[in-house]
Write a protein that binds this ligand. Structure first.
Ligand code: SF4
Ligand code: SF4
Length: 387
């Protein structure tokens, strides 16, 4: 399979690589919801920072993408789907969170907490996808010491710090989250605490019990990582994956979802990595559109060879340093998953809080190096195409 060779990678979805079902909410409906927030603005208990943000948003004429330039706040199609699923009394929180998520990395603002945290319930995976660090044996072989599961106690401590300080938690990183035996307990522990709870899974472990645990949880977005429309391409990319089994699992998921959880507001996304030109969003939409509310491709980065990729000349700062932090299964905190062997990591959640790490001198040094065009001095940033 001939892989694409991107020279630079920006985050998010490009319009040609995303299909959003039923995205026909009118600007009038959006305005009505915004006006409701305006009416209760004086009664919201917000920090000064959040008050400033919400006022800026409410002062805009509209918040729909296409009407805005890059540095203004706006919601893209997939975000509008989320916007319409959020209860009205929490919508201001959603807007503030998306503002921080979309604009803090662009404006290079560092808040008390990152706009998003990725938690890794496990670094173990049953697949070896060709674009993934799991394909690097110096990482995924048991003997190398990188594999393990997060203890439930540590997970609870992480969530206790994040509740009320952050809205977006994603269960995903270097492994398949559903392989952690406490995964269902983790979902339960997050109940009612976040507005952007998301999980990424390869769908291989789905069974009736797990499907009920997911659908009865407070997860807002369920992402099934699938990159192809047919068995041959799927199994070439998702090594160890069995296409027929995935189809069966997703049909079971879909049946249970529609028969027993039809009132749920969860969003289901099929998301693939676009690693070759044969992957077409229209074909993906045809194959998976009956299961998913959103079908999308994210841009490819050669994660499978992070430490061997050629050193490049990119000087643009990497958005990750203003957007996210990753908490590995053992408590290690890392700026990104491109650096899956944690060369950039200096801290563990076991002895420092997330707030302290995010605002540490070391993190500010990383940010400053990027801002001054010196990302080439850092490994593996020197070899990374993420911007
Ligand atoms: S991409 Fe996901 S499913 Fe594939 S090997 Fe990596 S962690 Fe596992
Ligand atoms: S390795 Fe550096 S440039 Fe690449 S994603 Fe991580 S922080 Fe960003």
């Amino acid at each position: 399979m001939k892989k694409v060779k991107p020279l630079i990678r920006s985050k998010g979805f490009s319009d040609e690589n995303i299909f959003v079902k039923n995205s026909n909410n009118t600007e009038l409906e959006i305005k009505k919801k915004i006006n409701k927030i305006k009416e209760k603005l004086d009664f919201l208990n917000l920090s000064n920072e959040d008050q400033k943000i919400i006022k800026e948003i409410l002062n805009q004429n509209d918040i729909v993408k296409n009407n805005h330039n890059n540095d203004e706040f706006c919601l893209a199609g997939h975000e509008l789907v989320e916007f319409f699923k959020i209860p009205e009394n929490k919508l201001h929180r959603y807007l503030i969170y998306r503002y921080k998520y979309n604009l803090y990395p662009k404006k290079k603002i560092v808040g008390d907490y990152p706009p998003c945290i990725q938690i890794e319930p496990t670094s173990i995976c049953n697949y070896r996808c060709i674009m993934c660090y799991q394909a690097d044996k110096s990482f995924s072989s048991k003997s190398k010491g990188f594999m393990g599961n997060m203890e439930f106690e540590m997970f609870k401590n992480v969530i206790d710090e994040l509740e009320g300080n952050i809205e977006a938690i994603t269960f995903a990183s270097r492994g398949e989250p559903t392989l952690n035996k406490y995964f269902a307990d983790m979902l339960k522990y997050c109940e009612g605490k976040f507005l952007g709870l998301k999980m990424n899974t390869n769908a291989s472990m789905l069974n009736e019990k797990l499907i009920h645990e997911i659908l009865s949880s407070d997860i807002q977005t369920i992402v099934f990582s699938i990159d192809a429309k047919d068995k041959e391409s799927y199994e070439k990319i998702r090594v160890n994956g069995k296409f027929d089994k995935i189809i069966k699992n997703l049909e079971l998921f879909n049946n249970i979802r529609h028969s027993q959880y039809s009132k749920n507001k969860q969003i289901v996304r099929i998301s693939g990595v676009k690693i070759n030109e044969d992957q077409k969003i229209d074909e993906m939409k045809k194959q998976w559109g009956n299961i998913a509310d959103i079908v999308a491709f994210t841009n490819y980065t050669p994660w499978e060879s992070s430490y061997e990729n050629e050193i490049n000349k990119i000087v643009k700062p990497c958005s990750e340093l203003w957007l996210r932090m990753f908490i590995w299964y053992d408590g290690k905190v890392n700026p990104c998953d491109y650096d899956y062997k944690s060369e950039l990591s200096k801290f563990s959640f076991k002895n420092k809080s997330i707030k302290e790490i995010w605002n540490s001198d070391y993190y500010n040094f990383l940010r400053m190096s990027h801002l001054e065009g010196k990302r080439g001095d850092l490994e593996p940033c020197a070899r990374c195409i993420n911007c």
